[in-house]
Design a protein around this ligand. Structure first.
Ligand code: C2E
Ligand code: MG
Ligand code: MG
Ligand code: MG
Length: 282
């Protein structure tokens, strides 16, 4: 009857909750070992300038292949890494690897572009960001202008003055800063002009629905804000030629998305540079 069915539902709900909690516990525990066990991989996704028709940057994205559970999405493990604080040594490792890899690409004359790394609030709070960037640049020999930090509006909001000061010292190394997922936070417009940033990245939720007039209005305004504040603008999540046409018509020319290239391993980037890049040029 209905009563026992209801009771069953609670049981199933409980079981599902337990399973989710258990998985989180397992991930939390294994995340600590993942770095030493070499389970992380860095993927690189192209940023393409449709104006000059060339590659202008890459974004480094972390991947975790769990030995038993298989691939775990950053959407799932980054929040856990943040909660546990593992995000700090993880980001230190990431920044260093990215600088070393980028220097290799430059030395082999394969490409000379700025590569961005995503930054969590926790890393800003740890107050070790300058040191980790400084050491990565020093140890790799990479020029600071080829490293970019992607921050979200939430970082800028938690401690505006502290964020501004940290970013200023890091930018003295030549390092660039972009505001990621722009348009999805709420309150940063007020201090946007005070933030030491170079570029706004339009969040992909707007791009994916850019056939809607209301989303077009938002995109156009983000582009206008960028232009008026003298900032660069990049569209994220670009998948179709319609989206590209629309973005270009509104004055946004730098695109990142599956249309131009999915996140690739460093090995595949070298291949892409040599062969596939021509497809994007066509
Ligand atoms: P994000 O920084 O906004 O990165 C863009 C995400 O969109 C990536 O997902 C990328 O694979 C995906 N993407 C790119 N182009 C397209 C497209 O055309 N269509 C669709 N549907 N998706 C596209 P990913 O790699 O799963 O990362 C998700 C988020 O996890 C990132 O969002 C970032 O916030 C975070 N993340 C990833 N790696 C790191 C990291 O090393 N450190 C930190 N703190 N966060 C990271
Ligand atoms: Mg990003
Ligand atoms: Mg983004
Ligand atoms: Mg995102």
């Amino acid at each position: 009857n209905a009563k026992s069915a209801g009771k069953n539902r609670y049981l199933i709900f409980d079981e599902e909750m337990n399973r989710a909690q258990l998985r989180k516990l397992v991930l939390e525990k294994d995340l600590r070992k993942a770095m030493v066990h070499d389970e992380f991989k860095i993927m690189y996704q192209p940023k393409w300038d449709t104006g000059s028709n060339q590659l202008v940057g890459m974004e480094a994205l972390l991947r975790w292949h769990h030995p038993q559970l298989g691939p775990v999405s950053p959407a799932e493990f980054i929040p856990i890494a943040e909660e546990t604080g593992i995000i700090v040594p993880m980001t230190r490792w990431m920044v260093k690897e990215v600088c070393i890899q980028n220097k290799k690409w430059q030395d082999r004359n394969e490409m000379q572009v700025c590569i961005s790394v995503n930054m969590s609030v926790r890393v800003f709070e740890s107050e070790t960001l300058f040191e980790m960037v400084f050491e990565a640049l020093r140890d790799s020999g990479l020029n600071g202008t080829y490293l970019e930090l992607e921050i979200t509006e939430s970082i800028a909001m938690s401690d505006v003055q502290g964020t501004i000061e940290q970013l200023q010292t890091i930018r003295e190394l030549g390092v660039r800063v972009s505001l990621d997922d722009f348009g999805t936070g709420y309150s940063s417009l007020g201090s946007l002009d005070e933030l030491p940033v170079d570029t706004l990245k339009i969040d992909q939720i707007f791009i994916h629905k850019s056939e809607q007039i209301s989303k077009q209005a938002i995109i156009s305004n983000i582009i206008a804000i960028a232009k008026n504040l003298n900032l660069g603008v990049v569209a994220e999540g670009v998948e179709t030629s319609d989206q590209i046409e629309f973005l270009q018509s509104r004055g946004c020319h730098v695109m990142q998305g599956f249309y131009y290239g999915k996140p690739m391993s460093a090995f595949d980037v070298s291949y892409w540079l040599e062969h596939k890049q021509k497809d994007a040029l066509a």
